[in-house]
Design a protein around this ligand. Structure first.
Ligand SMILES: [Fe+2]
Length: 326
């Protein structure tokens, strides 16, 4: 089955270069019904399931993560339908071959039609989220694409490669695992936002590291978020990493983030060398930052979860401190 629908040549040509909204047919496959999702959750390893809850104000970062605590797939779907949570099945394709086929088919179609586009190391995360759920302002480190399947949501996208909206310092901290991909947000960013009302059968993508945020309308939402790497995407991350080490070790300033040219190649080699040395010295790998677990899923609770003992649902001081880098 071909999943892309009605793409024009200019749309293929702007992949990874610009903000793009185009059509797909994943919502017609029958592979994302409530029953299919419940079964997928039951078969998915707990360590690769992120469960989060959030506040009501898009301007105030109130994101917390929680535990499944034995909830079945059906109970999770109930909590998603009636509560206010967000669930991410990470590495979907690694554990569910029938979804790996979809992932590969999507990227094969893109590669076939866009000669300059390359998607190596493909992966997919399945996002299932409650009515009115919010995903706060953030970047994604890999290049990613959002294939929207069920429900309706609003997505705001902000200028890419612009220090005002995601600072180089914070992108470096996210790569180093010192903070998550959530970025500090200010209301005036809205003056620069592109706003989209996304419906089933639409996909969205943008240049790597473009800041964005999402708010569901009054419907449960299901989207497949696919990620890929290629030489340029990897080099962009390595250039940020090299810039961090060059500033830290040699006090250099005003470094370029461009992934093209001999300068970027040299930075990539330098970043890799430093990582090898760091790994030898500390025997530690750079891990993505993760928030502490503060609640457990409870399909009978009003919001679909209950706080763990000693956790205060209104306290986000730790998260605010990380975002503010204090
Ligand atoms: Fe994202």
């Amino acid at each position: 089955m071909q999943y892309l629908q009605g793409w024009t040549k200019p749309e293929f040509d702007v992949l990874e270069e610009a903000v793009l909204v185009a059509k797909h047919r994943l919502h017609e496959t029958g592979m994302f019904t409530d029953d299919a999702l419940a079964e997928l959750i039951d078969r998915h390893p707990d360590d690769y399931l992120t469960i989060a809850a959030m506040g009501n104000d898009e301007n105030k970062f109130e994101w917390m993560t929680g535990k499944r605590d034995g909830a079945s797939g059906k109970e999770m779907i109930q909590a998603l339908r009636t509560g206010k949570i967000w669930v991410n099945l990470i590495c979907l394709a690694r554990y569910h071959p029938e979804y790996a086929k979809i992932l590969n088919s999507l990227y094969d179609e893109l590669e076939k039609n866009a000669p300059r586009f390359q998607a190596k190391y493909r992966s997919a995360n399945l996002l299932i989220s409650s009515p009115n759920a919010i995903v706060y302002y953030h970047i994604d480190l890999p290049v990613n694409m959002l294939w929207h399947i069920r429900g309706e949501k609003r997505v705001w996208v902000y200028p890419h490669f612009d220090n005002r909206f995601a600072s180089q310092r914070n992108i470096e901290r996210a790569i180093l695992g010192e903070m998550s991909e959530d970025m500090p947000y200010q209301k005036w960013f809205e003056d620069y936002a592109l706003e989209f009302h996304v419906k089933p059968g639409q996909m969205m993508t943008w240049p790597q590291h473009s800041p964005h945020r999402v708010t569901n309308l009054d419907t449960m939402c299901v989207s497949l978020s696919t990620e890929h790497r290629n030489q340029r995407a990897k080099r962009r991350v390595n250039v940020h990493l090299a810039n961090h080490y060059l500033k830290k070790h040699f006090g250099l300033k005003d470094l370029s983030i461009r992934p093209q040219g001999w300068n970027a190649c040299a930075k990539e080699a330098y970043a890799r060398a430093v990582q090898v040395v760091n790994k030898l010295l500390t025997a530690k790998k750079m891990e993505p930052y993760s928030y502490r677990k503060r609640f457990v899923v409870d399909p009978n609770a009003e919001l679909g979860y209950r706080m763990l003992d000693g956790e205060d649902a209104t306290d986000f001081k730790q998260e605010e401190a990380i975002l503010a880098n204090v």
